[in-house]
Design a protein around this ligand. Structure first.
Ligand code: SF4
Length: 480
């Protein structure tokens, strides 16, 4: 049986995946190995996922973002699912979770894994629940069988809600929004019906044996995460977090890579203390947060309410952020919602990386600022987080081709363009300006340059026209 990245790191080996991650993050491979060996970072990398371009999740590395996709009972077309995968990666997702609950689940997942250069995550209890008439009909064998099937297919990480225990359920009685995690609510119903402990907790060793065999990372789910500010930081959430700390140690002892999931809805001032608390309780395991949403008053804008929380969480040390779209709490996101959500989260992750001085992160900002001051509109668009939108907004009011050479835009107009006036006043014009700031050796280029996220687009066949419009190589090549 091939050892996991964790076991190999502990044995002192620098694996090809670690070498690749070091190259992409502009880090020493020895440092990468140490971070994996001590559990501070993970490289989700199922032995069966041949299309994967390895990436790393840990607080010492660039903040990553995840996008959720998946078929439902009403939308379950395989081509549509492949399109969603491409959209997610095009707009910068570092990992993608297939949360399908309808259609041919195995076939859809196989398609995702075959085509995805980014790690694929799943929540196996969704498929298990799909197999039975009602949650209480689930058996431990069902759960283990689904986990085994998905691990054999090549899933790189799985959310396992093993931390929600029978003793925790009464702690949710006074909540404003009860249990809002799908996995958490299914398991709570099961425990109440059977008057028994959570089977994922009771049989965690069997779960870990499967995950270890295929090097699937465990993402310890927070089934009791708060669904409102009113419930943030309550005893139910903290009791589960303490169990997640216990499970972190058990998983590591079994050679399984671990990250821990977090909330949800948290007031802004409580986010950094909560990230710190997780780090202490879970011994520095990478923290993967959904948002968090910092105010409950803005349905329709929760990509913004949560990106504020996500920025604070990442600045405080969260390693990965699960994006939220404007449709959160309201409906199934469409492609435009995915684009809005991912843009909001790329901004959150990058802003935090700049603030925490990740190697090369600021280079992207500096290159774009230089292009802006030089009135190099083409380069400004190319470097923009969303080149299509930047170009479209500019061309809305100055559409002529010649206007792309203009030393102004329509915001202040030709006579009042402050940057043009400033350059003229300095007297040396554009000639004295620094041009072409290099990005090729920067982690910003390898990790963040838009719109393809952290991954090599060559691994994405089938819909090349989407991915080649603003490929990483074309942006980097200008600086060589
Ligand atoms: S016109 Fe105003 S907004 Fe436009 S480039 Fe000049 S200073 Fe910037």
């Amino acid at each position: 049986m091939t050892a996991t990245q964790l076991e190999r790191a502990r044995a002192g080996e620098i694996t090809p995946a670690m070498e690749r991650v070091a190259e992409r993050e502009n880090r020493d491979p020895v440092f990468v190995r140490e971070q994996v060996a001590n559990g501070r970072a993970i490289i989700p990398n199922n032995h069966q996922h041949d299309a994967l371009d390895p990436m790393i999740i840990g607080r010492e590395f660039a903040t990553k973002i995840n996008a959720n996709i998946g078929a439902s009972e009403t939308t379950s077309d395989a081509d549509e699912e492949l399109e969603k995968l491409h959209t997610a990666i095009q707009y910068g997702a570092d990992t993608v979770m297939d949360l399908s609950t309808g259609g041919d689940l195995e076939s859809i997942r196989r398609t995702h894994i075959e085509h995805s250069p980014v790690p694929i995550g799943t929540v196996p209890i969704y498929e298990a629940a799909n197999r039975v008439p009602a949650p209480p009909d689930l058996t431990t064998e069902d759960l283990l069988d689904v986990i085994d099937t998905q691990a054999r297919q090549g899933v790189d990480y799985m959310t396992i809600h093993a931390g929600i225990r029978r003793d925790h359920l009464p702690l949710t009685d006074g909540r404003t929004t009860g249990i809002v995690s799908r996995g958490g609510s299914i398991l709570a119903q099961w425990m109440e019906a059977h008057e028994a402990e959570n089977p994922l907790y009771a049989h965690i060793e069997s779960v870990l044996a499967i995950l270890r065999e295929h090097d699937v990372a465990i993402s310890l789910g927070d089934g009791l995460r708060p669904g409102s500010l009113a419930d943030a930081g309550d005893e139910a959430q903290l009791a589960e977090l303490r169990t997640l700390g216990e499970l972190t140690e058990i998983a590591r002892d079994h050679g399984v890579q671990v990250m821990v999931e977090g909330p949800g809805h948290v007031p802004l001032d409580q986010i950094a203390p909560h990230v710190e608390e997780q780090r202490e309780i879970c011994d520095g395991a990478p923290f993967y947060l959904l948002g968090p949403i910092v105010t409950d008053i803005a349905p329709g804008y929760d990509h913004i309410t949560s990106a504020i929380g996500a920025t604070e969480a990442a600045r405080a040390g969260a390693a990965m952020l699960c994006y939220v779209t404007p449709k959160e709490h309201l409906g199934l996101p469409d492609e435009e919602d995915v684009r809005e959500g991912l843009a909001a989260y790329k901004i959150a992750a990058h802003a935090a990386d700049v603030a925490s001085d990740q190697p090369g992160a600021r280079d992207w900002d500096d290159a774009l600022s230089a292009a802006r001051y030089e009135f190099d509109w083409g380069r400004q668009f190319d470097l923009a987080l969303d080149p299509k939108r930047a170009r479209a907004y500019h061309d809305e009011t100055l559409p002529d081709e010649q206007q792309t050479d203009a030393r102004y835009c329509s915001m202040c107009g030709a006579d009042f363009c402050a940057m043009r006036i400033d350059q003229d006043a300095r007297g040396d014009g554009l000639d004295a300006l620094e041009t072409g700031r290099p990005l090729a050796n920067s982690a910003a280029a390898a990790v963040n340059v838009p719109p393809t996220g952290t991954h090599d687009t060559a691994g994405l066949p089938e819909v090349p026209e989407i991915l080649c419009e603003h490929g990483v190589e074309s942006v980097v090549a200008e600086d060589d």
